[in-house]
Write a protein that binds this ligand. Structure first.
Ligand SMILES: Nc1ncnc2c1ncn2[C@@H]1O[C@H](COP(=O)(O)OP(=O)(O)OP(=O)(O)O)[C@@H](O)[C@H]1O
Length: 746
């Protein structure tokens, strides 16, 4: 113990020194530095590196070191949340990053396959004080004992699983299990599916995989950013502290409903409307609706546009040919529009030319090229002509197009039935009317419409060229001063021009001017992420998948989910169904089979509920049991009063309680339960929270009360019953599902 405390003291002394250095150099580097090239460059590099280091050091301060491995040759390594090096010439490692290959045996070694280890030690600290050591002997021939032996090897894991919940997910870096480690470090570059029942650590594994990928592919992912998609904002807050605790901050956490910049989708759809909007048919329906917006005058009823030189006529044939030519470009609607407009203008100019310059005796047209050009100018300047073009081929924004579509969705054979149309018809009159299911529609519309950013691109390009010219000037100055500054020296100092060219330097300036990649990604609909992690992936609709796949052109993704917990009507049933359109069968499927959250007594009950519907259902096996059976109570009188009494009795001294009840009861329950928080995004760090089963997805609490389970569908009930780490109670005034009744009386 003393030896480890000495090590921890030495480690923190180094960390404090590093932190001081980093803070000082960030402050120093941020001070004005004049215009010297070397100084500017050093500032950029330093600020980026040191700010990252500082953020990581601050974030991982608690239990920085959590393990040690002793190798058979006598060498040992301490393992921690980030790597720390000595301040010597060799930069000797003091603490090994858990993601480094050297650390791997800490997670994988067993007595059977010791991977060169004699001993694995778990070190528990409080602040900077070592409080516990747990040793596992992996070389059974080794007689040396420390007095801290943990014969079962799972004391630290069980302590973590039994600890009181805080309302925020913690990292599992000290106790990652071998099956989880293999997924976290999986080197599959494409789509990796992680499937497992409740509590198997899917979310934890996905987050640790994000941290691992950021370590392995730091340069690429720092530029392209990692996106983590979760089912709702409350869930995202629940997981928000895991990556910072692992020293990683440059990740964007988002729901699908937040992935269309500028739109905050706060309105709600009925389940039926969300399902229809989410179906793949919607992509065809929108494409067809857009073709409908490219109109023609009725045959025999042309558009007549008054003009100084006589009426201009756009008849069905003229518009048809122009429309065909524009459609033949295969460009999105707004980008094809200039082709349509050009054809119409051309046809109208020809009309005028023929009318004005025609030789009554059949000879060639009187007008020369200059006259015709003059006529064309006049046609192009006519606001009436432009109004007619706009009527036939309007410029559309995704927002106006989707809003108009939802106000009047059309029944399409093989696409949308009349009932579907009725379900989605809904006026969108302001920014607060968008729902999360509208966001993939807006994204689809943006693709169909295209966005003419040529003016913006030209401006950005001009700005970039200016920056390059400026950087070139600075580099030239630096080269010019080289002889003076470094003359006659064998200096190993790298001058700026040895390592950058003007373009790279211009990029640096650009980077220095702007936000982090994750922040830029959040504001850019067309951002291509370096890696995307999707949690509760089974809930996403086909339209949501289309949106996400656009954000991931490389298909570098980790998809996490459990089909048995699918609740959304729009959710897709199987991985093959989700992925076939994008990667066919080229995805890697992994499974997790051990439930770390729910004790076996509770899991047996939850599994019985699913088995009643799917007799062959195999739940994950619980890693622990508590000896406490879940209870079921029938309430004949005031249900809210009974729930309030039960909540008082079940709220743990430390830790959290959740009441999971149908939404229709929330008003009455919230009124009776003192200090309970409820609502769309309840603060999960509160002692007692009220949720419906959809909100409870992915979360966990020490104790859970499930109210009126007869009103939940099977998958919602399965989710609700599997949220507790310690105790579960069920209260009902209405009918109890048969499977539950049988399971508790058994
Ligand atoms: N190796 C581990 N060490 C310590 N705790 C772990 C480990 N693996 C999982 N856990 C804990 O088990 C609980 C469940 O993990 P997690 O939420 O990731 O499961 P899940 O598979 O996503 O569950 P669900 O499908 O129900 O949302 C969490 O508290 C997590 O920290």
């Amino acid at each position: 113990m003393r030896e480890e405390q000495e090590f921890i003291d030495r480690l923190y002394a180094r960390v404090d020194a590093l932190r001081g250095d980093a803070a000082e150099s960030v402050t120093g580097a941020l001070a004005p530095v004049g215009t010297g090239l070397q100084a500017r460059l050093e500032r950029d590099v330093l600020v980026a590196e040191r700010s990252g280091l500082l953020a990581a050091l601050n974030a991982v301060d608690g239990s920085l070191c959590f393990g040690r491995i002793d190798l058979t040759g006598g060498v040992h390594h301490h393992i921690g949340r980030i790597g720390i090096r000595e301040d010597d010439t060799e930069h000797t490692p003091i603490l090994i990053d858990w993601r480094a290959p050297v650390a791997r045996p800490f997670y994988l070694a067993t007595g059977h396959t010791p991977m060169g280890l004699r001993r694995r030690r778990h070190i528990t600290t409080e602040g900077r004080t070592v409080t516990e050591l747990h040793d596992e002997i992996l070389d059974l021939g080794d007689a040396e004992r420390t007095g801290f032996e943990d014969p079962s090897g799972d004391a630290v894991l069980l302590a973590a699983l039994n600890s009181a919940r805080t309302g925020r997910m913690g990292d599992i870096v000290q106790t990652i299990q071998a099956e989880q480690d293999r997924i976290i470090r999986h080197d599959h570059r494409g789509v990796l599916v992680v499937e497992g029942g409740p509590g198997t650590g899917k979310t934890a594994v996905a987050l640790h995989r994000a941290a691992f990928l950021l370590y392995e592919h730091r340069e690429l992912l720092a530029k392209r950013a990692v996106l983590i998609v979760g089912p709702n904002p409350a869930f995202l807050s629940y997981i928000s502290e895991v990556l910072p605790a692992l020293g990683e901050t440059g990740v964007l956490l988002s729901t699908v409903g937040e992935l269309y910049p500028g739109i905050k989708a706060t309105a709600r759809d009925t389940p039926r409307a969300a399902a229809v909007k989410g179906s793949a048919d919607m992509a065809d329906a929108l494409a067809l609706a857009l073709r409908d917006r490219q109109q023609l005058p009725e045959p025999g009823a042309p558009l007549v546009i008054p003009h100084d030189d006589g009426d201009l006529i756009i008849d069905w044939e003229t518009a048809y040919e122009a429309r065909q030519a524009a459609r033949d470009t295969l460009l999105p609607h707004n980008l094809a529009r200039p082709h349509f407009a050009f054809r119409i203008l051309d046809a109208l100019t020809e009309q005028l030319t023929e009318r004005i310059g025609a030789d009554p005796y059949g000879g060639p047209n009187f007008l020369g090229p200059d006259d015709i050009a003059q006529l064309a100018k006049g046609v192009a300047a006519s606001s009436e002509v432009h109004a007619a073009i706009e009527e036939l081929w309007p410029t559309l924004t995704p927002e106006t197009f989707v809003a108009e579509y939802l106000a009047e969705p059309v029944h399409l054979p093989d696409h949308l039935s009349d009932a579907d149309v009725r379900a989605v018809r809904r006026p969108v009159t302001g920014p607060d009317d968008w729902t999360p299911a509208d966001v993939p529609l807006l994204d689809e519309a943006a693709e169909l419409l295209g966005y003419d950013d040529s003016a913006e691109r030209a401006a950005a390009d001009a700005e970039r060229q200016e920056r390059i010219a400026y950087a070139q000037g600075v580099l030239d100055l630096s080269r010019g001063s080289e002889t003076y500054e470094f003359e006659d020296t064998e200096s190993e100092i790298l001058a700026a021009h040895d390592i950058v060219d003007a373009e790279r330097m211009a990029e640096r300036q650009e980077e220095a001017d702007h936000r982090s990649a994750a922040e830029r990604a959040a504001a850019d609909r067309t951002w291509a992420f370096g890696h995307i992690i999707v949690d509760e992936a089974q809930e996403l609709s086909p339209m949501a998948w289309r949106l996400l796949m656009r954000r991931s052109p490389t298909r570098s993704m980790t998809l996490v989910g459990d089909p048995a917990q699918t609740a959304e009507e729009a959710g897709v049933g199987s991985w093959d169904e989700i992925l076939a359109p994008y990667v066919e069968d080229r995805f890697e499927h992994t499974r997790l089979g051990v439930n770390y959250r729910t004790p076996s007594e509770i899991m047996d009950l939850a599994a019985a509920v699913v088995r009643a519907e799917r007799p062959g259902f195999e739940p994950p096996s619980s890693v622990r049991s508590t000896g406490e059976r879940p209870w079921v109570r029938e309430v004949t009188g005031d249900l809210a009063a009974a729930v309030a009494d039960a909540a008082k009795a079940e709220t743990p001294e430390e830790g959290r309680l959740a009441v999971i009840a149908p939404r229709r009861l929330h008003g009455a329950l919230a009124a009776r339960l003192d200090g309970i928080v409820a609502g769309a995004e309840p603060d999960l760090t509160h002692r007692v929270v009220l949720l419906d089963p959809r909100q409870a997805k992915g979360l966990e609490f020490d104790s859970v009360l499930v109210v009126e389970p007869g009103e939940f569908g099977v998958s919602d009930l399965y989710v609700a019953l599997t949220r507790a780490t310690q105790r579960l109670g069920v209260l009902h005034g209405g009918v109890l599902p048969e499977a539950l009744r049988r399971a508790v009386t058994a």
